[in-house]
Design a protein around this ligand. Structure first.
Ligand code: BG6
Length: 451
């Protein structure tokens, strides 16, 4: 039989992430020209190909197109079942797939399942150490602390070369997060004022209306710090605070991020605040897992002296919003110095969700005869300029992994630096109480009642 093309194998294919992000992304990609000839969806449920199509359509509330239906097949596999890996290899072999073609393994699984899965893949001859065409897409979280992440990495390295690993942080695939470096470095007005002398506070915010839903098992072990701050929020903060990279090559950007992450520490004067939405503990009695966290960070670098970096995230809040808000220092306006006017501080907002755009608040003369000063906002809508379907973050991640571009993936050294900060936040937060807040509240910090 003629040898044939590329494969994608998805572990955790019946889970939430597959239904909400991975399969919809593949659907979007397949509207162009998806390169995978076969997509093996793997899970423990007793399903066949058509059964899986129906299952995932119902779970994700979407319809698979014909092209994708043709490519997707299902193989029943428990992660520790060696025979199931061998029978997968047989099915792949029977279809005549070329072992030299690209193989992407998407591991949407718990951190402790990663190593055993790769061991089994190797044993079944499906994955080869050091072969660049064989790539592992590793979903977050990579570990549960600095210590456990290092332990996973240590066990992984003999099995897979660093260049074969693509560690996913889907926020890096979001359009406006990919825009941060352009906004910063392609505009002199921002480049010149991007430092502690001009910026008082940077807020990195990602809040949600939804609760933990079906992911209780995972979430109760992770909590908001490990689920969101350790990955997405610290990556956003690093992109805002890093020095100018030497080049725009992935390695150069990574190095700049690592440098700044290593200089980040908790502000000892502002202990982190953690909260849990009311009703959570009814699902997991006695749980002290936080569903909200706000932490203030400082950066020990001369250019960031005096700037607070506030990261805030939470579930079951009043709105779903992701943004980076830079508060510039206030300025006084002196008109012939006979009168001095207080002007509202400038703000620059990089909007990630629900709008994608940039807002700049600046001061302007009040219209008409007078010389009053008032803040006004210039509002740029980025998504309004995109024609057709906007590519979802996971489409970009999958495409980049396919083409071997690591710009949107986190390296282990970055993760290490991120875990150190997350561990620090966890430890400091546990010294204070957990605030219980009513679902739907707009400002969690106004809630009293630490438990
Ligand atoms: C995931 C977290 O990484 O990001 C979830 O595990 C969270 O808890 C989600 O809901 C938020 O992503 P987005 O793209 O909806 O902002």
């Amino acid at each position: 039989m003629e040898s044939r093309g590329a494969l994608l194998c998805i572990f955790g294919a019946t889970g939430d992430l597959a239904a909400k992000k991975i399969l919809p992304a593949l659907q979007q990609w397949s509207n162009d020209n998806i390169p995978f000839e076969r997509i093996w969806c793997l899970g423990r449920r007793p399903l066949d190909g058509p059964g899986y199509h129906a299952f995932i359509e119902a779970k994700g509330n979407f319809r698979l197109n014909q092209r994708l239906k043709k490519a997707i097949d299902y193989h029943r596999l428990a992660f520790d079942d060696a025979a199931a890996y061998h029978s997968l290899a047989d099915r792949i072999g029977a279809e005549g797939f070329d072992p030299a073609a690209k193989r992407l393994f998407f591991l949407a699984v718990k951190p402790e399942d990663v190593v055993p899965i790769i061991v089994q893949l190797q044993a079944a001859g499906l994955f080869a150490t050091g072969k660049p065409e064989h790539r592992l897409l590793l979903e977050k979280p990579f570990g549960e602390s600095l210590e456990s992440a290092a332990a996973i990495q240590q066990r992984l390295l003999p099995l897979a070369a660093e260049e074969q690993m693509y560690r996913i942080d889907h926020y890096l695939g979001k359009e406006m997060i990919r825009n941060i470096l352009t906004i910063r470095f392609a505009n002199r007005i921002f480049t010149e004022s991007w430092h502690g002398g001009a910026i008082e506070t940077v807020e990195v915010i990602s809040i949600e209306t939804s609760g933990v839903e079906e992911r209780l098992d995972y979430y109760d072990r992770a909590g908001a710090v490990n689920d969101m701050v350790q990955s997405h929020l610290l990556q956003m903060a690093a992109l805002v605070a890093m020095d100018t990279p030497q080049t725009l090559e992935p390695e150069s950007i990574r190095r700049a991020k690592i440098d700044v992450l290593k200089q980040m520490r908790l502000d000892s004067l502002h202990p982190p605040v953690i909260g849990q939405y009311a009703g959570y503990a009814a699902q997991v009695p006695g749980s002290t897992t936080e569903t909200f966290v706000e932490a203030t960070l400082r950066i020990d670098a001369p250019q960031w002296q005096g700037t607070r970096f506030v990261v805030r995230t939470g579930k079951k809040l009043g709105e779903k919003r992701t943004e980076i808000r830079l508060h510039f220092r206030p300025t006084r306006l002196c008109l012939n110095c006979s009168e001095t006017l207080e002007a509202a501080p400038n703000q620059l907002v990089i909007e990630v969700f629900p709008q994608e755009g940039v807002q700049l608040r600046f001061n302007s003369k009040t219209p008409g005869y007078g010389y009053g000063v008032e803040p006004v906002t210039a509002d740029y809508c980025h998504s309004c300029r995109m024609i057709g379907n906007k590519p979802e973050a996971y489409v970009k991640l999958l495409k980049n992994a396919w083409s071997g571009d690591k710009t949107l993936f986190a390296g282990f050294a970055e993760l290490q630096a991120q875990w150190r900060i997350a561990d620090e936040i966890q430890a400091a937060a546990r010294e204070h109480g957990l605030v219980v807040y009513p679902p739907g509240v707009w400002d969690m910090r106004e809630q009293g009642g630490a438990t």
